[in-house]
Design a protein around this ligand. Sequence first.
Ligand SMILES: [Zn+2]
Ligand SMILES: [Zn+2]
Length: 348
Amino acid sequence: MVEMQEMTCVRCPGDLRVEVGSALVDEPGPGEMRVRTMMSAICGSDLHHYRAAASLRDENGWSQWALGHENTGIVDAVGPGVAYPAVGDRVVVFGIVGCGHCVHCRRGEAMFCADAQHFSRHRHGTNIACLLAPARNALPLPDDFDWEMGALLSCNVGTAYGALRKTEVSGDRPLAVFGLGPVGLACVMLGKARGAVVIGVDPVAERRALALECGAQVALDSSDANLVERIVQAAGGEGAAASIDTSGHPAARAAAVDVLRTQGTYVEVGVGHDPTIAPSQQIIFREVTLRGSWLYKQHEWEGLLDFVRRRQVPIKSLITHRFRPEDAVQAFKLANRATTGKILFDWS
Ligand SMILES: [Zn+2]
Ligand SMILES: [Zn+2]
């Protein structure tokens, strides 16, 4: 006899609304775990849901699910046949559920799985008091990382880490970061920890100020008429060795290619509108590499923890606001203004 429990959760009907309500959560079945949420967070991709039309969200059946994919918590129950994790373990739940057996799932890349289920689209997301997920999605959170750090690592800092690993930036390879929201700010921090000179770009003054606090050498206004030239100069005259766009804005994407030195690498992280890029001039004749980067891979988790620990990256300074889940309406209103650093929900 399966016992369902009523759990507080945050849902998103669309049209710039969220609602705090409740949902029934099952006991974990075979191979599953249930994680009591200690901390969750608002991600830029949650804002895509928030800004979407309610009619679209209803049509797709998305509004029934708890919103969110960033979290950390304590395992409070496991189903039959689960060897790891155990009840009481501190974990982050990897935000995409794959089939578990295809080649991508075996590599820890559930995002490429043909049967991938996304939190808050196909099943409950992380803004829920207890989250049910396959045990194989558990990423261990060591004791020297507190709950806030766990929530930051689960997507935000992890996404920046995945992108940074594709750039090969270092002390003599400057980095330009377009879009200085939480993921962009984390790219600044991790780029600096790799020894790179980092140039930040954002239209919002508050976010440029945060980037300077996070270690950017310079933070430029994206509306600057000489933006590309300024970045090239700040990068030592030759251009940036790498650029990352976290904004998804077409102009930022085009500029992110133009600021590169020959044979530089551009990594796209921000989901958004399609850019207009001229392959001959922008890519072929300068031998530029364009790469996409989606979250991080489960096998990168220990490397991510180790990097943050050894370099003592001050990731908690990405947090500018903390809310209780009951105040989700206010928290999302604030996040939608795109002026803050990271916003967390404390469920503890
Ligand atoms: Zn996220
Ligand atoms: Zn799969």
